[in-house]
Design a protein. Structure first.
Length: 330
């Protein structure tokens, strides 16, 4: 099978972080579902040929969806977030049941769902097991893994709890991707953007920003403005030479003192999240920041998506060999 033949239905697609990664891994979108109007507009602006359903995933009926290889999504994290009340299954925003419903209706060969690290806590042991049990009944072998985005070239920690469920013929060929040998630092990632308008402090700043960043926080519409997270996160950003109290409209200029502490622009935040520079976000400044901050980093989605694609290809090759042997025997 040519990797370009692989298809994906993506729910809770957001502004396209996971979408970009899966596309790079060889998956073609037959449907993307997103309820936020601005995020959906971002998807349409960048991939006008895609079928983007703007609305709740509960409105999507699997029997109306084309047969697909992969069902993927970043289901909402508030039910499991350390920053929230951690209501889990009691939170109306918990969309795992809808994801499982679509798995049963669409019957994809693979499933990839990502969420926050909080879902890995002992508090949700029973909840996680219920998901595993349901997927087993549906014929999938399932694994959950805590993955740090910095393992795959993303210049921030951003731990994500990733579920991969595979049909048995595919599961035997799946291996989690191997982390890269070296991490990308904030300074390495942003030096060109910090220096593009002549700020004299860019070189020294890049040397100082010599580690990966704390996790970018997108927040919700109830959150105030665009900033780089709670007090602890802002302190970590300050150690990297970044003022995390807000997001700038433009990069530091040639007139800014070399000793100044700059703020990131949304373009810089998108680079920290792993988006390609050409990805165009729709909406006002705060909406754009939230779209970026809530996204699944494209390089991580690409790494895991590529592993899934290879497993599907290996399963198909194995099936072909069995069929050929049976024909030869006859």
């Amino acid at each position: 099978m040519d990797r370009a033949d692989l298809t994906v239905v993506e729910i809770c697609a957001g502004a396209g972080g996971q979408s970009v990664g899966l596309e790079r891994a060889g998956f073609r979108h037959v449907l993307a579902v997103e309820i936020d109007v601005d995020a959906a507009a971002t998807l349409k602006a960048n991939r006008p040929a895609w079928h983007v359903h703007v609305g709740d995933v509960r409105e999507v009926k699997g029997f109306e969806v084309p047969k697909t290889d992969l069902l993927a999504g970043g289901v909402p994290c508030p039910p499991f977030s350390m920053a929230g009340k951690q209501l889990g299954a009691d939170d109306e925003r918990d969309l795992f049941p809808e994801a499982l419903r679509l798995v049963e209706e669409i019957k994809p060969r693979a499933v990839m769902l990502e969420n926050v690290r909080g879902l890995a806590s002992s508090r949700f042991n029973t909840y996680r097991q219920s998901i595993l049990d349901r997927l087993a009944v549906l014929g999938y072998e399932t694994d959950w893994k805590l993955v740090y985005s910095s393992w795959f070239g993303v210049p921030q920690l951003r731990p994500r709890f990733i579920l991969v469920a595979l049909r048995k013929d595919v599961a035997e060929h799946f291996e989690w991707p191997t982390p890269f040998d070296e991490e990308v630092t904030v300074g390495e990632a942003l030096h060109d953007l910090m220096s593009e308008t002549g700020w004299p402090g860019a070189d020294d700043w890049a040397r100082r920003a010599s580690t990966v960043a704390p996790t970018i926080v997108g927040g919700s519409k109830k959150h105030g403005g665009a900033d780089l997270g709670p007090t602890r996160a802002k302190a970590a950003w300050l150690a990297l030479g970044v003022d995390g109290k807000g997001v700038a409209d433009a990069p530091p200029t040639s007139g800014l003192p070399a000793s100044a502490v700059p703020r990131l622009t949304n373009r810089m935040v998108a680079r920290i999240q792993g988006f390609p520079d050409e990805w165009r976000f729709q909406g006002r400044k705060t909406s754009v920041y939230r779209q970026i901050g809530n996204a699944f980093p494209p390089p991580v989605a690409e790494a895991i998506g590529s592993s899934i694609a290879r497993a599907i290809a290996a399963a198909d090759a194995s099936t072909g060999e069995v069929e050929y042997a049976a024909e030869a025997a006859n």
